[in-house]
Ligand binder design. Structure first.
Ligand code: ZN
Ligand code: ZN
Length: 389
């Protein structure tokens, strides 16, 4: 089989550097040792790089999940360059293609259906056709002066962040070689692989509550390792949400950072997908599973009828919700238009919109209850099929 030629620079970076780290880091540890301060700095750099990729490259630039103050964008541009994962422009353009053509072997640059190794780092080692640059999906980024400045000065920037800064830090700490090995080299290699996990493991290992249309999975352990990006099944269906872990107890430090930034004026317009849509996605997936399960088995007419009834209720709720949303939108327009409203009319409107909110809440609650009923139904199906077997 003819494989495309190796990409020498990338082989040095992604194969050479880890090998170097594997030999030199322990060697220096044995013969000289590292201080606790050096370890702390390595972890600090790890998070600064990692979260500039997740919060900046990924959620801000690739997905426009929120707006960021220039100060924050410069910060992400510098520390993101330090992660040595290419410029924002190339990274985000690749990533948008990944979302658009997920699992497509020709067009998704790190398609999971080409295997775990390929999606982890194999895709970068050779000059595959799916890697060809095409910025037609990143015109907005090409208009962003910070993005373009970083793109044009990328090599100098990444050398400064990966070698210059650790050397300076080493001079200050009194051990240049040890600091460069730990804060420069080891930190870089670790951050590379945890980021790559999102393209590899997060497409193979975990649950799929929101959609089974693509290979992306939710995985708590991966979320812990990847600064919150492990809720990848959710992310692939609602990519513009600034959160990946949507519950308060989901480990998503990137979400917490963006939220904190918005409180101090560094971020704004944070996109949150309405809860109803999230519930709808979960239910939709459960209905599909239930249908498939019932198609397998025979003689469960009553269960099938119950499922059909539930499905009709579900469709009804969705239609009602859509209609209510449209009504709410119209209301808002009216309120903006009428500057000289009578006091009485204003009160009436307030009453109306409160009533509307209540209706929406009731619908949302209805879906939650339906989810519970569907779970019970699935248990019955399982029981029934076990009896038949
Ligand atoms: Zn993905
Ligand atoms: Zn994404």
């Amino acid at each position: 089989m003819n494989k495309p030629p190796l990409d020498t620079t990338n082989v040095i970076i992604f194969v050479g550097l880890p090998l170097l780290a594997l030999v030199l880091v322990p060697l220096w540890g044995v013969y000289h040792g590292y201080t606790g301060t050096q370890w702390l700095w390595a972890v600090a750099f790890l998070y600064l790089n990692g979260m500039s990729i997740t919060g900046g490259y990924h959620r801000l630039w690739a997905h426009n999940a929120y707006d960021a103050h220039p100060a924050l964008r410069w910060f992400f541009a510098f520390w993101g360059a330090g992660a040595l994962q290419n410029s924002i422009l190339i990274w985000a353009s690749d990533h948008r293609r990944h979302h658009r053509y997920v699992d497509d072997d020709e067009k998704d640059p790190y398609s999971a259906s080409r295997g775990l190794w390929f999606s982890h780092m194999g895709w970068m080692l050779r000059e595959y056709r799916s890697n060809e640059e095409d910025f037609s999906n990143a015109r907005d980024l090409q208009r962003d002066p910070i993005v373009m400045w970083q793109h044009n000065h990328y090599v100098a920037l990444t050398v400064f962040m990966n070698v210059g800064l650790p050397v300076l830090l080493g001079v200050w700490l009194g051990d240049v070689i040890g600091t460069v090995l730990l804060v420069g080299l080891l930190r870089l290699v670790v951050n590379h692989h945890v980021t790559f996990f999102i393209n590899s493991l997060a497409h193979f290992w975990g649950r799929r509550p929101y959609t089974e249309d693509n290979s992306a999975r939710d995985n708590d352990l991966l979320a812990f390792l990847t600064y919150g990006e492990g809720y990848h099944n959710y992310h692939h269906i609602f990519q513009n949400d600034y959160r990946n872990g949507i519950r308060w107890w989901h480990w998503d430090p990137t979400k917490w950072m963006i939220n904190l930034c918005s409180r101090v004026g560094l971020a704004s317009n944070l996109t949150r997908v309405p809860d109803f849509k999230i519930q709808r996605a979960i239910l939709d997936t459960q209905f599909r599973r239930a249908h498939n399960k019932l198609d397998e088995g025979r003689d469960c007419e009553t269960l099938r009828e119950t499922l059909e009834r539930e499905y009709q209720l579900f469709t009804q709720s969705i239609n009602e919700w859509t209609a209510l949303q449209a009504e709410r939108y119209e209301r808002k327009k009216e309120q903006l238009g009428g500057a000289l409203e009578e006091h009485r009319q204003q009160l009436q409107q307030k009453w109306d919109s409160a009533a509307l909110r209540t209706k929406l809440k009731t619908l949302e609650y209805g879906l939650k209850m339906q989810r519970k009923r569907l779970q019970l139904l699935m248990e019955q199906v399982r029981l029934h099929q076990a009896q038949m077997a």
